[in-house]
Design a protein around this ligand. Sequence first.
Ligand SMILES: Nc1ncnc2c1ncn2[C@@H]1O[C@H](COP(=O)(O)OP(=O)(O)OP(=O)(O)O)[C@@H](O)[C@H]1O
Ligand SMILES: [Mg+2]
Length: 345
Amino acid sequence: MFSATEKPSEARDNSTDPPLLEVKDLKVQFPARNSRGEAALVKAVDDVSFEIRKGETLGLVGESGSGKSTIGRAILGLAQMSAGELLLRGQKLNLKKRSDSRKLRAAVQVVFQDPFQSLNPRMTIRQILQEPLQVQRKPQATHAELEAVLDQVKLPHAALDRYPREFSGGQRQRIGIARALMLKPELLICDEAVSALDVSIQAQIVNLLMDLQADLGLSLLFITHELSVVQRISQRVIALYCGKIVEAGDSRSICQDPQHPYTKGLIAAAPEVGLTSEEREFRKGLRVFGESPSPINPPSGCAFHPRCPLMESKCKNQTPQLRPLDKSIPAQAERKVACLMVKSK
Ligand SMILES: Nc1ncnc2c1ncn2[C@@H]1O[C@H](COP(=O)(O)OP(=O)(O)OP(=O)(O)O)[C@@H](O)[C@H]1O
Ligand SMILES: [Mg+2]
């Protein structure tokens, strides 16, 4: 789908600045019932920490139910945090304070998966673009500002007085991105934003997001279950399983040399378009089988152990911590893995 010569733009983080957003020890739990009908908790996100730097794209990958959207929703203030902290540009936010939650809402916007459901069919594109400003009680955008945002997402100005039904899926996703840009966010959360689109349209929207990132210095949290797209757009990747980070690091080395058996499985599950026969054979050896467990009652020790080809008895009892893979190589300093069977140096 993507040319091997095209690479994600380099992160523009100035290392003396604090990260744009830090997520520390985030837990999100939902009340639920277990199989016996008793009150229980879904640990949708369980002690997750990461940072997003200015101008970088962080990929968040994992199977369905691993907690990706819940992390995005917690950052947006749409899912209540059971524990943990959010820091914006180094400042801890108290989301119970209206001024802090306003700061976060001004800085973070979201683009959802389904461009057919997320746009109100009775509103013109002009109204759709004005709505976020209305909600935030900000002055309405001028006609010239609306045209400028359409230029940014490469849609014709005539779109303003049309309705969503007059546009294709890819064009609607451009409208969704334009709506998210109206409040001039610093971080855009893209939750499966290209997953519902055809492969060729996916590539166009990914290119658009990369252009916007370069032009506007945006940071992106790119949530997807498809590692092939993440490899193209993200500088760094986090792999989530059962609400926990199991592997993290720069996207190139994770995709080329995954360490956690689960991350290997995600790579093996990615579309095979354009692969050589050797690459297909290599992937076969990485496959993992079985389903994600219920986060109401996850397996003991390492939650991945029942599906893991490397499993030993200690994996049933000990919970692996996320630890650096090889501290001795500076380029590897950010590669972390939570697996008892992977040796670190
Ligand atoms: N409001 C809620 N109430 C109860 N459980 C919830 C709620 N929202 C999410 N969950 C549960 O939390 C877990 C994580 O869900 P989440 O939607 O974050 O997963 P995901 O990784 O985004 O999956 P997908 O790839 O299918 O979108 C799942 O077990 C889900 O059923
Ligand atoms: Mg989701």
